[in-house]
Design a protein around this ligand. Structure first.
Ligand SMILES: [Zn+2]
Ligand SMILES: [Zn+2]
Length: 142
């Protein structure tokens, strides 16, 4: 038998042809119907509002979008923050992330000057990972 770690809850499960364990699949299924129902009554909601009103975590909504269980047109969203996935009206990042990234960047370059390269390499990596986290392009491989 093929065992894998669930991509959502990290528990070991028997791999069939699904990327998630049974438990998560059930939760995700439930989320899908809650979201669909909510969107029927409130078309044009964005992820933030949707998450707040359905109780479905934003990361699950993003997962469903990636998996094609929900489509972007359902949500009527045109742009997302590339770092946190929050819907935005323009640019690449929401205001919060823009501030965060600016802070991080200036901190990183400062400590590089101070010769703390090693310690900062990790946070620099995280930053780059964050920047690449474009919800539109992020697909699960395998
Ligand atoms: Zn799971
Ligand atoms: Zn953001």
């Amino acid at each position: 038998m093929d065992y894998r770690y669930c991509k959502r809850c990290n528990k070991l499960y028997v791999f069939g042809n699904m990327q998630l364990c049974n438990n998560c699949l059930q939760e995700i299924d439930k989320s899908v119907s809650v979201i669909r129902k909510y969107l029927e009554e409130n078309p044009g909601s964005n992820i933030c509002v949707l998450s707040q009103n359905t109780g479905v975590p934003e990361k699950d909504i993003l997962y469903l979008l990636r998996e094609g269980r929900l489509v972007f047109s359902d949500l009527q969203i045109t742009l997302y923050c590339e770092r946190c996935g929050k819907p935005i009206s323009e640019g690449k990042y929401c205001g919060e992330c823009k501030r965060d990234l600016e802070n991080l960047l200036s901190k990183t370059s400062q400590s590089m000057l101070e010769g703390k390269m090693k310690k900062e390499e990790k946070s620099k990596g995280d930053l780059i990972k964050g920047i690449n986290m474009n919800v539109l392009e992020r697909r699960e491989k395998d």
